[in-house]
Design a protein around this ligand. Sequence first.
Ligand code: C6P
Length: 411
Amino acid sequence: MTTTLQPLDVAAIRKDFPLLSRTLNGKPVIYLDSAVSGQMPLAVIERMSHYEREEHTNVHRGVSTLSQEATDRFEEAREKVRAFLGAASTREIVWTRGATEALNLVAQSFGRMVVQAGDEILLSAMEHHANIVPWQMLAQEKGATIKVIPMNDAGELILESLDELITERTRILGVTHVSNVLGTVNPVKEITARAHARGVSVVVDGAQAVPHLAVDVRDLDADFYAFSGHKLSGPTGIGALYGKLAHLEAMPPWQGGGSMIRSVSWEKTTYMPAPAKFEAGTPPIAAAIGLGAALDYVQALGLDRIAAHEHELLAYATERMAVIPGLRILGNAKDKASVLSFVVEGIHPHDLGSILDSEGVVVRAGHHCAQPVMTRFHIPATTRASFAYFNTREEVDILVSAVMKAIELFK
Ligand code: C6P
């Protein structure tokens, strides 16, 4: 049986985002930069504001009613993240500042535990720096080696080489679920199955995936899955790490301080069980509650409806941009999500970004914190448009006109 999805009511949704009705350089703002950071709906802003005005205190400390209430709200948000990712238990959800901190946590705790001198860490060619640099730091410390799963010209991983790249020294495989530059959706379930068959643990960077796809960490069988709230209609300063409970229980803490201990004496300190042992210090409480509200918001819209809308916009934008003379799209994977990177002959991506900006069109120009991807395609940078559930075909048309205008200016 096939079910037809009810399209999103984009006009109504846009009213939830005050920023979308402002102007930029005298033009209506066209926000095509949700990959750098998404916009927050009013429901999220107001939920955080309510917390700050009426509910704020610290969590997991004290017996006051206020403290208990704040702790309950904070832990309810953790439960929302658990449900969103399909994890088995809230004990598998660790709050972090974002994907970057989550990946550093895995490298510095799990990585230090399992990687020894002479071992190998396998990373995909399209990783964000956040899933490269922490592993390089670990490899340097341990005397381990980084190996890379290559990609083809379309921006798809060449998985034929995977069985050869995994050796008896491979301990960890790191892969992004969706590339923030190319939009490629990687077949994480297949990669995980093949890595596990060889005894290798898999760390998935989900930062660019969670805003666009429904994720089920148990179905993917990922050992770790990291994401940031601000790319998912939530605030900055909060994100989460999912880790299989057996791993989290075996891992040592990585930061010490309040909240993560059971008892402290000059002779010996004992730690709380996961996830508390990874959450030293006062957390960003309002941000965590705000992320919970963001998950409620996107789930009420429907993740499948969001995906369908963004897919349609990406297809339309690709069709319109592909015929612009001198414009080359980077990333033509068969399975792609919501990101359109491009270069235009004779115009530096930064100049193009500035011209688009003067037309009110917000995009990102640069290496997108993925310099090895730029090197792979022999370019210094790209201009990147990224689409969210509140964007429209009319906005894509304005992007196309602004690019054409830039081309005229540079003739
Ligand atoms: N990418 C972009 O413009 P943080 O900074 O911790 O919230 O997220 C880091 C990160 C990790 N992995 C991927 C795939 C990402 O896309 C990002 C963030 C933004 O594409 C800012 S660099």
